[in-house]
Structure formats: structure tokens, C-alpha cells
Design a protein around this ligand. Structure first.
Ligand SMILES: [Zn+2]
Length: 63
């Protein structure tokens, strides 16, 4: 099953309950900027798995 934005409209960020947006291979929270991985088509909405852009500089490049 393909994950689509319509699925994310039913879900919220587990940390701040903000809206989620689908990106390539990840799900981003629009409120707190955390990024959640997508594995096997399922978003892993766990705070422990979230990537925080402010604390991780491992992802570089412009979008
Ligand atoms: Zn959030």
C-alpha cells in the first residue's frame, strides 16, 4: 500500500500533535520540524525515532 498525504491527514505528530506532511522517504511535522522515517510504507511516528534538524546536521543540501 502506498502511503499518501490523505493518510497523514488522519495522523498527527506524537510530540506536538501538529500536522504532518509527506516527503520523499520521510514524514515531516509542520509545527516542530521533526522528521519521521517511513519503513515499508508505514510512517514510524515515534518520538524516539524522530530526527530533529536542529540537533542533527547529518543531512545536508538544499531543497
Ligand atoms: Zn511535531
Amino acid at each position: 500500500m502506498q502511503l499518501t498525504q490523505s493518510h497523514l491527514d488522519l495522523l498527527v505528530c506524537p510530540v506536538c500533535r501538529g500536522a504532518l506532511v509527506l516527503r520523499a522517504g520521510a514524514v515531516d511535522c509542520l509545527v516542530c520540524d521533526r522528521s519521521y522515517p517511513v519503513e515499508d510504507g508505514l510512517p514510524i511516528l515515534l518520538a524516539a525515532r524522530a530526527l530533529q534538524p536542529d540537533s542533527s546536521k547529518s543531512v545536508s543540501g538544499t531543497s
